[in-house]
Ligand binder design. Structure first.
Ligand code: ZN
Length: 246
């Protein structure tokens, strides 16, 4: 299923993503030709236009379809089945993601602008449970306030077993209180359970974050639990845990 680090997407996936990308690039070229002299260099329109130009430039460079901006990351979909992120802080491509949940996240972000992308989202498997954060809706808000639920990767559901694992984590973190050894044991049990179910580090890290945020803790307590889990995660994913490992 995985070749060269990227999962093989279906030919239908590549066809649709290629068509949307090529249509986008063609309309961006037309848009650039149509543009006349700039009468309002500091207007909101000018700002939006320069963002469109920057987007088209990146899309050409990456040969990828622009999906949208979330916080400081600009998401693009390459038709071969990976999502690329361009960091507006670093002004560089900082990520290439190709696991199914990461693709789904990008597809959902892009679906507001390109509704056809929804047809490429993974089907909900038997035994999946509704995401407890977005209640199965996958996104919330309207218009400019619209945003994709990051805890379920824009799917609206947790894969079989994950919802239960998060519930167990919340309960054991509450029981652990401020006892570091008990917090570490809770994190290890969560990671062990997740690995047994076949989940990778990015999915488990987001799920752990959800569990910790549901345990009724302050920022310093949350931070300590992230660091404890980061250390425990090195056993399963040496060097591969997304964050909080320093
Ligand atoms: Zn959700």
């Amino acid at each position: 299923m995985v070749a060269g680090g990227f999962p093989v997407v279906t030919p239908a996936f590549t066809r649709l993503a290629t068509r949307l990308r090529d249509d986008y690039l063609a309309s961006a070229r037309k848009d650039a030709r149509r543009r006349g002299p700039d009468a309002h260099p500091h207007s909101k329109e000018r700002y939006q236009q320069s963002e469109r130009e920057e987007e088209a430039k990146l899309a050409r460079q990456l040969q990828a379809l622009p999906l949208g901006i979330v916080e400081f990351l600009w998401y693009f979909l390459h038709p071969e089945g990976h999502v690329l992120t361009f960091s507006l802080l670093d002004e560089d491509v900082t990520g290439a993601f190709s696991q199914q949940h990461e693709l789904d996240h990008g597809l959902r972000i892009g679906s507001q602008r390109f509704p056809e992308l929804e047809s490429l989202l993974s089907p909900r498997p038997a035994g999946a449970t509704d995401c407890t954060v977005c209640a199965g809706r996958a996104s919330s808000g309207e218009g400019e306030d619209w945003h994709v639920c990051g805890y379920c990767w824009g799917r609206g559901w947790f894969p079989p077993g994950l919802g239960e694992l998060i519930e167990q984590l919340i309960a054991s973190l509450k029981r652990a209180g401020e006892d570091d050894a008990a917090i570490a044991a809770a994190a290890r049990a969560f990671l062990g359970g997740g690995v047994a179910l076949g989940f990778g580090p990015s999915l488990l890290c987001a799920a752990y974050e959800l569990g910790v945020r549901c345990a009724g803790l302050d920022d310093a307590q949350i931070d300590r639990r992230f660091r404890i889990c980061g250390a425990a995660a090195q056993e399963h994913f040496p060097g591969g845990w997304p964050s909080w490992t320093e």
